[in-house]
Write a protein that binds this ligand. Structure first.
Ligand code: C5P
Length: 227
């Protein structure tokens, strides 16, 4: 395929405190990773690279094969690194030669609709170097210094970034080669390398499962048959 999706699932899930690496925590009978991969395989045809903890490669491959169905030959599993950025870099090394567009997706955004993958791939295919799904900010935000509020922030000029983030392959590889600091997402790393980044509409269902409250929300949504 022309597209690869790197699904990063090598985090420890410390903030979730659910007794297992986050991607392997169950939402119902299936793990967070399995749900995330279901959405990925329902999107545009792609090589799917799962980046998993080194001691969970077998579990990750099982989830990938179950989610892939007939597409199992498109699934690859590689071990991750100590930071998200190191995990993405490990996934990037496994991208097949013919791939031109690379998406990076958090397994923790388990309920991301396939339509979001379609939107991101379409925008890169149409000529954008780098594309992220984003939503307007709903909270009123403040700039703070310790306990003191130092300024109000105009939220109209802000957006909340999600994944999958999509890139021209050569640009993502270049940005990773020259990266000299840790960034919290791939768009920041690509922007630091001097490339422009654009948004497409995100989706409320693409929220990242981070805290126990997020896990409860995801479990409720799965139970009520939304995805
Ligand atoms: O910790 P957080 O939820 O922000 O991590 C976002 C995503 O990055 C998760 O899907 C997590 O599994 C992944 N990650 C990783 N390797 C790390 C840290 C995080 O693949 N070392």
């Amino acid at each position: 395929p022309r597209v690869a999706v790197i699904v990063v699932a090598a985090g420890s899930g410390q903030r979730l405190d659910a007794g297992a690496p986050k991607a392997f925590v169950g939402l119902d009978a299936h793990s967070i990773l399995r749900h995330a991969l279901r959405g990925v395989f329902a999107g545009p045809p792609a090589q799917v690279i799962v980046v998993a903890p080194a001691d969970r490669l077998g579990d990750a491959l099982t989830d990938a094969h179950e989610a892939a169905g007939d597409l199992r030959d498109l699934a690859v599993v590689v071990p991750g690194g100590h930071t998200r950025q190191a995990s993405v870099a490990a996934g990037l090394k496994a991208v097949w030669p013919d791939v031109e567009i690379v998406l990076v997706h958090d397994a923790a955004r388990a309920l991301t609709p396939p339509a979001v993958f379609e939107r991101v791939v379409a925008a890169v295919a149409a000529g954008r170097d780098a594309v992220i799904p984003a939503l307007p900010v709903v909270d009123t935000l403040k700039r703070v210094d310790g306990p003191a509020v130092t300024a109000a922030v105009d939220r109209a000029a802000l957006a909340a970034a999600q994944t999958p983030q999509g890139f021209r392959r050569d640009i993502l590889e270049t940005a990773y080669r020259v990266a000299s600091a840790e960034h919290t997402d791939d768009a920041a790393l690509v922007q630091a390398a001097g490339f422009p980044v654009f948004t497409v509409p995100g989706d409320e269902l693409s929220f990242k499962i981070t805290t126990p409250a997020d896990l409860d929300r995801a479990r409720g949504l799965v139970g009520s048959a939304v995805p």
